[in-house]
Design a protein around this ligand. Structure first.
Ligand code: PMP
Length: 362
């Protein structure tokens, strides 16, 4: 492990070392099977155990009621931008979208191809530096559902609790903070997340869907875009992303061994606090993008006094063996992504680097 560096990438992102070690060890042959997970039938007993084990751990971690289906799909979170309205937005209906960043905007754009969208709130005028308050939400009482992005990967803001949306099913894009803290699944009609931040590698998308919503899908949907297909066939209608599900299975086992979602949430909050304290304590040298009360525990964005200094910071960070710290171009500056598997030692190393850089350049 000596040549691993601190990986602050926004996704695909750092995975737990025990997961990588087990996958590496068993890549030639799964114990007792003599073949790797990459080479066996997705309909074999071995893979069935991996898939069912993964689902069982996901259900255990988030206490998912039996009335919800757990699906392993492909096409990334981006395909869910389309599948959600195709399945849940009836002809003539309208859906509410709360816009808190670029991913929410992309979700809106896809939904508009399917039907009517009502933007219930947007913080774009403030460059998405905060989450709207409950009072700011202009919800349509007849909305087919309300869509929001639980954590805004690019802008480093996070909902501290779900919005109150009344009777409409709540749909959450939880791609960048799923299972980073306890989640009350019963508050949702549907939750989706690309795996490549907190769950595993890219290529598999987790969808948690309340069963009664399956009845909404129009009958003429393409088979692969209909949630009913995947619910009925238990994610085995066609060949699933077997390697992604295998790594997710190991990651869920790791997460349970960490003590589950409450325990990981505590550690995530500690890690983020170390970083925000360093930013807040820098006398304005480091300037946070997210407003207090909207700060993300997953993606921490900040600026330096000039773009020159930001360039210098990134170059020096590279030499210090930190990777993935360049902010998204729409915000600029620095973004440190510190998902579940990111070690506290890495955050402490970054903070000590930041203090040193400030001293030399302040
Ligand atoms: N939503 C959010 C919040 C994201 O962070 C991302 C990707 N970073 C996406 C959606 C898109 O995910 P994918 O690349 O899996 O389509």
């Amino acid at each position: 492990m000596t040549d691993r560096i601190f990986n602050f990438a926004a996704g695909p992102a750092v995975l737990p070392e025990p997961v990588l070690a087990e996958a590496q060890r068993d890549l030639m042959a799964l114990p007792g099977v003599g073949m790797s997970v990459l080479e066996i039938s997705h309909r074999s007993k071995t893979f069935e155990e991996i898939l069912l084990g993964c689902e069982a751990d996901i259900r255990k971690l988030a206490a998912i009621p039996a009335s919800y289906r757990v699906l392993f799909l492909q096409g990334g979170a981006s395909l869910q931008f389309s599948m959600v309205p195709m399945n849940l937005l009836p002809a003539g209906g309208s859906a509410d979208y709360i816009v808190t960043g670029s991913w929410s905007q992309k979700a809106v754009k896809e939904a508009q191809r399917v039907g009517a969208v009502h933007v219930a709130a947007s913080t774009e005028a403030e460059n998405f530096s905060r989450i709207p308050t409950q009072a700011e939400l202009e919800l349509d009482p007849r909305a087919a559902y309300v869509h929001f992005t639980t954590n805004n990967t690019i802008f480093g803001t996070q909902w501290q609790r779900e919005p109150e949306v009344g009777a409409a099913p709540l749909v959450g894009d939880a791609s960048s903070d799923i299972f980073s803290r306890p989640i009350d699944v019963q508050r949702y009609g549907l939750i989706y997340a690309g795996a490549q931040k907190n769950l595993g590698p890219s290529g598999v998308t987790l969808v948690i869907l309340r069963e009664d919503l399956l009845a909404r899908s129009p009958k003429n949907l393409p088979t692969m875009l209909d949630y009913n297909t995947h619910a009925k066939e238990k994610s085995l209608y066609n060949t699933p992303p077997v390697f992604g599900i295998y790594i997710m299975r190991l990651t869920m086992k790791w997460l349970l061994a960490q003590g589950g979602l409450a325990a990981i949430a505590e550690r995530n909050a500690e890690k983020a606090k170390v970083l925000y304290d360093a930013i807040d304590g820098s006398g304005g040298f480091y300037r946070p993008h997210a407003k207090p009360g909207s700060r993300s525990n997953m993606n921490v964005n900040f600026r330096l006094p000039s773009e020159e200094l930001e360039k210098g910071f990134l170059a020096a960070a590279k030499t210090a063996r930190f990777d993935g710290l360049k902010g998204h171009r729409s915000v600029g500056g620095i973004r440190a992504s510190i998902y579940n598997a990111f070690p506290k030692a890495g955050v402490e190393a970054l903070v000590s680097f930041m203090k040193d850089f400030h001293q030399k350049n302040g």
